[in-house]
Design a binder for this molecule. Structure first.
Ligand code: ZN
Length: 574
C-alpha cells in the first residue's frame, strides 16, 4: 500500500469512529462500552473542537470517549473500571519536538558523572576533569568524555594535557557543534597533520601554522571521527539503554512521543534497528541527517528503504534533517552582516541549490523536513527554500530560529505552514549573545508571541543534551520561560514576547504532533487518538507564573498503560 492510500484509509477509519461517537453522544444510546474511565478531572484537551472536559474513557489503547463525568460513566457502563481523579489536571502526553535522546544513549560508557556546564570558566573545566581522573582511574574510565563546555574555554590539547595525559579526554561544547581533545585522544583517534578535514572551512580540525591539530574540532563530521575512533558511541547501545532512559527520565517528565533531531555520531540504520528492538514506552519520530558530499539520490533511496523496513507505531523514521548553519557560540550561525565582536558572517553548511535538491527529493518521497537555522541569513534562506518547495505531503519545520531577519515577522506571517520550533530557555538574555550580536539583532531574537498571534504554530523542545544537559529536559521549566519572558527584567529581549500558558501547552502537544505529521493520531485528548495522557500535581493553567516551573507529573499513560506513577517512585526509593 502506498503512503497516500494508507493515509486515506486511516482518515476514513477515523471518520467512521468519530461519526459513531458523535451519533452516540447525540442520542445517548452508546452505553456499556467498557474500558477504563478517568472521571472528576480537569482536562485541557489541546483540541479546539472540545477544549475542556472532565472525563475520558480508554479502550484498547485508544481514547474512546471525551466529555462530562456523567456521560463518560454511562458510556463505559457497569463493566468498566473507573478512576476518580480528584479534580487533577490532565493534559495530552507531551511531545518534545526536538531532542537528541538517541545520541545520548549511544554513549557506550556507563560511568559518566563528569559534569561540565556552560557557566564554568576555563580553569573550572580543567579542575573538573582533573578531579574526575583522580576519582576514576584509567581501569574504570579509560576515556574521559562529556559535553557542555561554554565560551570561556580555550580548547587547546595542551591545556587538557596539563591535567590528564595518560588517557584520552574528549569534550564537546554546549552547542554540540564543536569539541576539544587532549593529545592522547588525537593520537588514539589517529588525527594528525596528515588527516584531511571532512569538509574544509565547515567541519574541520583547527590547526597551528604547521598544520598540526591544536585539539579543537568543528562540527559533526569531526566529532564522529573522534568519538567513533575512540569507541565512545555505538548505535547498538540504544537497545539496552534507551528503554531505561525512557522509564527513568522521559516518562517522569510526561513525554509520550518525541522527535529525534539526529544521531550526531552513530549509524542511522543501526540506531533505528536497535530502537525497534528496544521496546521503549515512547513513540519516536527519527531523522536522517543529510551531510555533504553524499549524493542526493543515493541518500534518499537509503532513507526510503530504511523507513519502509522499520516503520511501526512507535518507530517512525519520517523526517529529513538539514543544517543550514552552525551555532552562535561557535560564531558559525549564518548572518547577513559581521558579528559585532568577531570577524566573519558565520558558516553556510549547505548552499541553497544543494538544500533544494535534497529537500525536493525527500519531500517527493513523503518525508517531513526539519532544518536547523539560527542566524538571520540562515532563517531567511530557509524560508525561501520552504516557499519555493510549494505544497508537499510532509511538513516543513525550522528549528531554533533564534535571530530573525529584519523582515522575519512578516515572512513568517506569509508562510504559516512553517513550524517555528525552538527551546524557550534560549530567549534568556546573556552578555555573550549581546556582545556577539549588538543591540539591533539582539532585539530580534525569538518573537514567539508575535509570530504565534500571526498564525504560526510554535513547537517546543529541549534540544537535549545541547541545552544545559539533562536538566534542560524538564518541559515545565521551558513552559515557565516561555510565559515568564513577558513579566521580568531578567528576560530580554524583547520582553513583550511572553506567551500564555495554553499556547505553551499546545507547543508541547498538538503542535508537536502536527510537526511530525501525526496530528490525527496523537497530541490531543480526542476520541480515536492514542490514549497518551498525563496527570499533573497542580493546575498549570491557573497557578502563578512562578509556580509553572515547579509542576510535576503524577502519572504518565502511554497507549492507555500507566508507564509512570510518582507514588511508586517514592515507594521504591524508601
Ligand atoms: Zn538539536
Amino acid at each position: 500500500m502506498t503512503q497516500l492510500s494508507k493515509k486515506i484509509r486511516a482518515a476514513t477509519v477515523g471518520l467512521l469512529v468519530s461519526a459513531a461517537i458523535f451519533a452516540a453522544g447525540c442520542s445517548n444510546t452508546a452505553v456499556n462500552q467498557g474500558g477504563e474511565v478517568y472521571y472528576n478531572a480537569k482536562i485541557f484537551t489541546s483540541d479546539d473542537d472540545q477544549p475542556e472536559a472532565s472525563a475520558l474513557v480508554v479502550k484498547d489503547g485508544k481514547i474512546s470517549f471525551v466529555g462530562s463525568s456523567d456521560d463518560a460513566l454511562k458510556f463505559a457502563g457497569s463493566g468498566a473500571t473507573s478512576h476518580d481523579m480528584g479534580g487533577s489536571l490532565i493534559l495530552p502526553g507531551l511531545i518534545d519536538s526536538h531532542a537528541h535522546y538517541l545520541a545520548i544513549n549511544t554513549w557506550t560508557s556507563d560511568v559518566l558523572p563528569l559534569q561540565i556546564d556552560l557557566a564554568m570558566t576555563h580553569d573550572q573545566i580543567l579542575e573538573a576533569v582533573k578531579d574526575y581522573a583522580e576519582q576514576y582511574p584509567a581501569e574504570v574510565a579509560p576515556v574521559i568524555s562529556e559535553m557542555g563546555y561554554g565560551t570561556d574555554a580555550k580548547p587547546l590539547a595542551t591545556e587538557l594535557d596539563k591535567v590528564v595525559s595518560d588517557r584520552p579526554v574528549v569534550l564537546t561544547n554546549s552547542g554540540g557543534h564543536g569539541g576539544w581533545a587532549n593529545t592522547k585522544a588525537l593520537e588514539m583517534a589517529g588525527v594528525t597533520a596528515a588527516t584531511p578535514d571532512p569538509s574544509p572551512g565547515i567541519s574541520y580540525f583547527v590547526r597551528d601554522e604547521n598544520g598540526n591539530p591544536t585539539g579543537e574540532f568543528k562540527e559533526a563530521s569531526t566529532m564522529a571521527i573522534m568519538l567513533q575512533n575512540l569507541g565512545l558511541t555505538s548505535g547498538k547501545a540504544i537497545e539496552t539503554r534507551f528503554p531505561v532512559f525512557t522509564q527513568t527520565v522521559l516518562s517522569p517528565y510526561g513525554y509520550t512521543s518525541y522527535y529525534d533531531a539526529g544521531l550526531l555520531v552513530a549509524d542511522e540504520e543501526e540506531s533505528i534497528d536497535a530502537l525497534s528492538k528496544a521496546g521503549a514506552n515512547i513513540r519516536v519520530f527519527t531523522s536522517f541527517v543529510y551531510r555533504d558530499p553524499v549524493p542526493v539520490d543515493e541518500f534518499v533511496s537509503k532513507m526510503t528503504s530504511v523507513r519502509d523496513k522499520y516503520t511501526s507505531d512507535t518507530v517512525r523514521p519520517t523526517t529529513l534533517k538539514l543544517f543550514k548553519d552552525g551555532t552562535l557560540e561557535d560564531y558559525s550561525s549564518l548572518m547577513f552582516e559581521n558579528f559585532s565582536d568577531h570577524s566573519g558572517e558565520g558558516v553556510e553548511i549547505l548552499d541553497n541549490d544543494h538544500m533544494m535538491a535534497i529537500a525536493r527529493a525527500a519531500a517527493d518521497k513523503g518525508f517531513n523536513l526539519h532544518t536547523h537555522a539560527i542566524g538571520d541569513k540562515a532563517i531567511s534562506e530557509t524560508l525561501d527554500l520552504y516557499r519555493d518547495l510549494g505544497d508537499i505531503e510532509g511538513t516543513k519545520t525550522m528549528a531554533h530560529v533564534q535571530i530573525l531577519p529584519e523582515d522575519g515577522i512578516q515572512r513568517f506571517a506569509e508562510q504559516t505552514d512553517v513550524f517555528y520550533q525552538t527551546t524557550p530557555v534560549w530567549a534568556l538574555g546573556d552578555e555573550f549573545t549581546k556582545s556577539a550580536l549588538g543591540d539591533d539583532r539582539y532585539g530580534r531574537q525569538m518573537p514567539l508571541n508575535t509570530v504565534s498571534q500571526n498564525g504560526t504554530l510554535l513547537t517546543f523542545g529541549s534540544d537535549a543534551p545541547v541545552s544545559n544537559g539533562l536538566a534542560g529536559i524538564n518541559p515545565f521549566t521551558e513552559m515557565y520561560h516561555a510565559v515568564k519572558r513577558g513579566e521580568s527584567d531578567d528576560y530580554d529581549p524583547p520582553k513583550s514576547e511572553g506567551i500564555d500558558i495554553a499556547t505553551a501547552i499546545k507547543a508541547y502537544t498538538i503542535n508537536g504532533a502536527r510537526q511530525v505529521n501525526a496530528g490525527d493520531e496523537i497530541g490531543s485528548i480526542t476520541a480515536g487518538k492514542s490514549a497518551d495522557f498525563i496527570v499533573l500535581d497542580r493546575d498549570l493553567l491557573t497557578v502563578p507564573t512562578d509556580e509553572i516551573k515547579d509542576t510535576t507529573v503524577l502519572q504518565t499513560y502511554f497507549k492507555g498503560n500507566e508507564v509512570y506513577n510518582a507514588q511508586d517512585q517514592q515507594g521504591s526509593a524508601k
